[in-house]
Design a binder for this molecule. Sequence first.
Ligand code: ZN
Length: 278
Amino acid sequence: MTIDITLLGTGSPIPSPDRAGPATLISAEGEHYLVDAGRGVLMRMAAAGVGAPQLSAVLLTHLHSDHITDLNDVITTRWVMTFEPTPLTIVGPVGTQHVVDHLLASLAPDIAYRTAHHGDLNHEPPVHVIEVESGRVELGGSVAIIAGATDHKPVEPSVGFRFESGGNSVVVAGDTIPCESLDALCAGADALVHTVIRKDIIANVPLQRMLDTLDYHSSPAEAGATANRAGMTTLVLTHYVPAIAPGGEQEWVDLAATEFTGKIEVGNDLHRISIGGF
Ligand SMILES: [Zn+2]
């Protein structure tokens, strides 16, 4: 039994013609967990063969816009593509309920149009929000899920998620700098999916708005050091800032390899990694 990681979106807030916004699919035991819902997430999920109705839950690492851009699409598409009320569970840091409430308010006209027009659609999108800080997240599935605080200040709170199944474990960190609580979440896990920015490049961009991103993200080497401290076998880099130059993947791998001797994955959207199994 494996845990499959699918990089649905490897981009950043800067629109890219070929990288969707931050989103990662974790699949195990027939369950599918979507971590973050960036730009284009349902298009990438369609390519991966998973529709909004098949999601076991959506888990948000934090409420930065690029990580939740298409949450509305997940909510409404699941609603119109299911034929009886199919609650969508959204797990996220404190503040998620507030965001979802306002998102649903913005969808009120659409909800009114569709319930008035479709004779067999007589309920509003059933959405259930669970706000978490740390510890076991009880969703009733077979995959065990544990939340842990990350450090993306001033974006606060933010959380990472650990998935455990069949003796394998994968942590999806989201945006964070190295911190003790992330180390605790990662300890002894097999693989880490970590967003990264190339601080060596961004530090030379003469734009304050870019320089501001340096102090609340990890570099590939910092992500590698986190994976190393946890004793992991695999590090998966995503959310590439700036976009990877054509043919430049090895540079990113080499930077992470300065701190981590395990397997390092750098990929395009829809890159899939299986953890465990034979
Ligand atoms: Zn962020």
